[in-house]
Design a protein around this ligand. Structure first.
Ligand code: ZN
Length: 241
């Protein structure tokens, strides 16, 4: 009986110690959480029944040239089946946590558009690599954001860029300059870029890289697009190489 009482007392002491430590860490976490909420609550939120747009309040429009209206207009042009995986789109004037040169990113049903002021300067987005060398976007975010949005949405439907079939197709095709990181091909970026390019100008992609076109256009068609899959490559100078 004594042993039992001693055991219960020990448990009680340990428990009360734990509760004290836990309570302290809780109140600390509480403070942090409140600070965090203060920071992230400084936003305005737009939602329709498909997705939401979060805009940082007091956003520096020189650093973030996109508006909620730009995003809604671009989303409206796309098939709902294509955009249905997107939950939130965030507009901020902060730089990307990954790299200051990243304009947007996709993660877990969320697209974030970061500080893109650098795109409004002398810089340009160039999608290079023969024959894409001449595929140059202007240096104004307003003319490139639809492409960027489609690129990010394409990541959300990507279940194939790890497949061997896609790797083979990419390895045997012309690559997009922006899909190479330190000379290494990023197959997921190649997929997203190809999808976005097809949406922008499918005939161009079908002509220049028919195999990549066919593979990705088929996936896009399963997500509400209607790109032609047959007659597109008959006269392509790149088909029989
Ligand atoms: Zn990407």
């Amino acid at each position: 009986m004594k042993k039992v009482i001693a055991f219960i007392t020990t448990i009680a002491v340990v428990l009360s110690l734990c509760i004290t430590v836990f309570a302290e860490s809780l109140s600390y976490a509480g403070e942090c959480t409140m600070q965090y909420y203060d920071e992230i609550m400084n936003i305005s939120v737009y939602t329709n029944n498909a997705y939401g747009i979060v805009v940082q309040k007091g956003i520096d429009t020189k650093k973030q040239a996109l508006t909620k209206e730009n995003i809604i207009a671009a989303m409206d042009e796309l098939p709902q089946k294509f955009t249905s995986n997107i939950g939130w789109i965030i507009l901020t004037d902060k730089q990307s946590p990954q790299s200051k040169d990243i304009v947007a990113s996709y993660y877990n049903k969320m697209i974030a558009f970061y500080d893109n002021e650098w795109l409004n300067d002398e810089s340009m987005m160039i999608f290079g690599g023969n024959p894409f060398d001449f595929f140059i976007f202007t240096n104004n975010i307003q003319s490139t954001y639809k492409y960027i949005l489609c690129h990010e949405i394409a990541h959300s439907i990507d279940t194939c860029s790890i497949s061997e079939e896609w790797h083979t197709i990419v390895d045997e095709s012309e690559k997009l300059y922006s899909s190479k990181v330190k000379g290494k091909i990023k197959y997921d970026e190649e997929f997203a870029n190809t999808a976005a390019l097809i949406i922008k100008d499918f005939e161009y992609v079908a002509k220049t890289t028919p195999n990549k076109y066919k593979y990705v256009a088929q996936i896009l068609n399963a997500h509400g697009f209607v790109f032609p899959l047959e007659q597109v490559n008959d006269n392509s100078p790149y088909t029989n190489k």
